[in-house]
Design a protein around this ligand. Structure first.
Ligand code: 6GU
Length: 280
């Protein structure tokens, strides 16, 4: 069985508490995932445990210090860092889920740098956009380290120097600004961990995710058949799987055109798809 090690370096270790819950907690219990959270202040050298300083060139805010981050990332890469191990004991851990099935194995690692180096993810609004394709790739990793910056960011030399021990990626979770990288780590970690075989088990549930085919998912319905005067679409009772699949595809196409039309520029569309979209 594969295993993913996540380490998070942060000045707010308590922000990472939700990593223990639900899906991620279950993955920890199953031995698929282990998580270490490390307080950056443990690497501060002065009596005040300072981790930031004023920016060269002036301007507002503070910049996180390279002499603190450098040794922290060295130790975490080497696996010699002190830091709490997140454990879980949740009531649901031995209860089978509706979506438990054997998963599928991942493929080759990303090309380019030495694939044996751990992956360092640095959340920043100035990073490249984090996508489902990234989550799919990173679900195959063995060791991912997150460096959470606060304030105006981390001295850029930390990122440059870390490339000697890591494959480094600066990533953004969207076009808005958060106070720090901690919440972005929760988002990215959850997107990755749910794709590890055995965590969400059911292979179809991944293949039909929004974005996996470049489209948004259409609507879903369950019982009752009629609720508050609103009826479930008739086609879903037809028993004709081809017809249901075509209808779901049409709904996905129309929804994507309505709310994220730019996604259709790269989606693979056949003649039937183009007809539904009025793009013949
Ligand atoms: Cl990844 N980090 C921070 N601090 N702010 C963000 C972000 C990340 N993505 C969008 N805004």
């Amino acid at each position: 069985m594969r295993h993913l090690r996540l380490d998070v370096v942060t000045i707010f270790p308590e922000y990472l508490e939700p990593l223990r819950h639900a899906l991620l907690g279950k993955a920890i219990e199953q031995g698929i995932l282990s998580v270490g959270v490390h307080d950056l202040r443990g690497w501060a050298t002065d009596v005040h445990k300072s981790v930031d300083d004023t920016p060269y060139g002036g301007g507002p805010g503070m910049v996180m210090k390279p002499e603190v981050w450098g040794p922290a990332l060295d130790d975490v890469a080497a696996g010699t860092a002190p830091g709490q191990e997140l454990t879980t004991s949740l009531p649901h851990v031995d209860k089978p889920r509706h979506d438990d099935l054997a998963g599928v194995d991942g493929g080759a690692a990303e090309s380019g740098e030495d694939p044996d180096l751990p992956l360092l993810l640095v959340p920043t609004p100035a990073g490249t956009p984090f996508t489902q394709a990234d989550a799919q790739e990173w679900a195959k990793e063995e060791h991912i380290v997150f460096a959470c910056g606060r304030y105006e960011g981390i001295d850029q030399r930390v990122v440059a120097d870390a490339a000697n021990r890591y494959r480094v990626r600066e990533v953004s979770i969207g076009d808005y600004v958060l106070i720090g990288g901690e919440v972005a780590v929760l988002v990215i970690a959850e997107a990755i961990v749910r794709l590890i075989p055995g965590v969400l088990g059911n292979r179809r549930s991944h293949e039909e995710d929004s974005f996996s085919d470049g489209l948004l998912e259409g609507p879903s319905y369950t019982k009752p058949r009629s609720w508050r005067g609103l009826d479930v679409p008739e086609v879903l009772f037809s028993g004709n799987h081809a017809k249901v699949d075509r209808w779901r595809r049409d709904q996905a196409l129309l929804r994507t055109q309505a709310v994220r039309p730019e996604l259709l520029d790269t989606a693979v569309l056949d003649a039937a798809d183009r007809k539904v979209l009025g793009r013949e």
